[in-house]
Write a new protein. Structure first.
Length: 187
């Protein structure tokens, strides 16, 4: 009887292993959890899809001139500060409002954030003097935090990519300019 159990356990493991090889060759990533057996005993090998695990975090699906559509279906209006599990409305209107004081509370977050991506809308939308002031303000904060400033589209892509890689990341984003403002930029 014990031999039958060992053979069944080995067969079960090999079936799971071949399934995992097929899964690994596909598009989905996986992790192994060897805490349970298929008969609900010790040593069970299971696969959990990272796509499902990432789904529990807040990412940005799309950007508009009014705000951001999040992966949980919510729409965040205006500038936001986004972390994997919560979103705040950011009370700024322009990049001139981005000061060390407006971001100082980021130093208090535990565990420490690896990177803060700062999306400022369109980089060519703001006067170069304003961007230089923000860069100078960020230099003060960079002593304690890693902050990268870029266009909102690039910042959102960076945030989503790093979050999918399970990195400790935060984002501060300004929405894109409206269509009228965008036409003026492109002209």
């Amino acid at each position: 009887m014990a031999n039958c159990f060992l053979i069944a356990k080995s067969l079960s493991f090999n079936i799971h292993r071949s399934l995992l090889v097929r899964i690994a060759s596909g598009r989905r990533s996986f992790t192994l959890d060897s805490q349970k057996l298929s008969y609900e005993g010790p040593g069970k090998t299971t696969a959990s899809f990272l796509d499902d695990e990432v789904g529990q975090y807040l990412m940005i699906n799309s950007i508009t001139d009014n705000g951001f559509k999040l992966t949980n279906g919510a729409f965040a209006v205006g500038p936001i500060i986004l972390f994997p599990s919560f979103v705040f409305r950011w009370k700024i209107k322009t990049i001139e409002d981005i000061t060390p004081e407006s971001l100082s509370w980021l130093r208090m977050i535990e565990p420490k954030i690896e990177l803060i991506v700062l999306g400022i809308g369109q980089t060519n939308y703001w006067p170069s003097e304003s961007i230089k002031i923000v860069q100078e303000n960020l230099r003060i904060l960079r002593k304690d935090l890693k902050i990268e400033m870029m266009s909102t589209k690039d910042a959102v892509a960076t945030y989503n990519f790093m979050l999918a890689d399970f990195r400790l990341i935060g984002g501060a984003f300004l929405p894109l300019p409206s269509d009228l403002e965008q036409k003026l930029i492109d002209a």
